[in-house]
Design a protein around this ligand. Structure first.
Ligand SMILES: [Zn+2]
Length: 255
């Protein structure tokens, strides 16, 4: 299939361009390729992937911290319940002791019953206090684990900040190069007619097209395909300033 400039560009095409203008356009294309490569480099900066990996590690760590913390909170709830029970028991012991030593109750049997009650309450209190110690002992390694995880997380956060700083620096460096290349490109385009630039720009929009390329022998350096001998012959016979394009990739050919 023959790709004509009209088909590719959808704008009025030019029929001729001076070899000088085409040479300049080749240099513009070189700059465009550089700029494209730099943008690609910005997107592919290794720090970006590293940051993502570290963020994932951090969120995994956060989940672990959450699980361990809820275990701790559950134990703390149990501890609080037991401590409340101790307070109630202490209170009850005090009230019973007041009755016992208050002197209002005289009956031996009643006094003995009070003593037995106090004894029972104290036994229960010792039991509950032992349970509190058990829960506290359970919590010790959990608190240690949380500390460990928090430390690892803080380390990760530090690494992420460093990576972000480094990413920003790399981006800035590349952006400076892009700006520089763009300025150089602007300078080069001064030697190329606007219309020719527009045609080139439209061809370049085609997927995989470089826009302009050297014709070396019968090979288009844009698509690296050989033009048919008939086409090469036809081109050879054309005047020097005739604008030609590769019938394979559509790019402008420079002889
Ligand atoms: Zn080609």
């Amino acid at each position: 299939m023959r790709t004509t400039l009209e088909k590719v560009c959808k704008i009025p095409t030019m029929t001729s361009a001076t070899p000088d203008a085409l040479d300049s356009l080749l240099l513009v294309q070189e700059k465009d390729n550089q700029i494209l490569a730099l943008h690609h480099q910005i997107k592919r900066l290794p720090e970006r992937e590293e940051i993502e990996t570290k963020q994932e590690e951090k969120s995994e760590l956060q989940n672990q911290i959450g699980t361990v913390q809820s275990e701790l909170h559950e134990n703390e709830r149990v501890q609080k319940r037991l401590e409340d029970e101790v307070a109630i028991l202490e209170d009850r012991v005090q009230r019973q002791q007041k009755k016992l030593y208050g002197g209002e109750i005289k009956a031996i049997k009643e006094l003995q019953a009070l003593e037995a009650d106090i004894e029972g309450l104290k036994e229960r209190q010792i039991l509950v206090e032992d349970q509190i110690i058990e829960v506290m002992e359970l919590n010790e390694p959990i608190i240690e684990r949380i500390k460990e995880l928090e430390n690892t997380k803080a380390g990760l956060e530090g690494t992420i900040v460093e990576l972000q700083k480094s990413l920003m620096q790399s981006e800035q460096k590349l952006q400076t190069l892009i700006t520089q290349s763009e300025e150089e490109r602007d300078e080069l385009t001064k030697d190329v007619q606007e219309k020719l630039l527009e045609i080139y720009g439209n061809i370049r929009k085609q997927p995989g097209s470089v826009g302009i390329a050297l014709l070396s022998g019968s090979t288009c350096r844009g698509c690296h395909l050989d033009l048919p001998a008939v086409e090469v012959d036809r081109i050879k016979k054309l005047p020097n300033d005739t604008l030609i394009n590769c019938e394979e990739c559509g790019c402008i050919l420079v002889r």
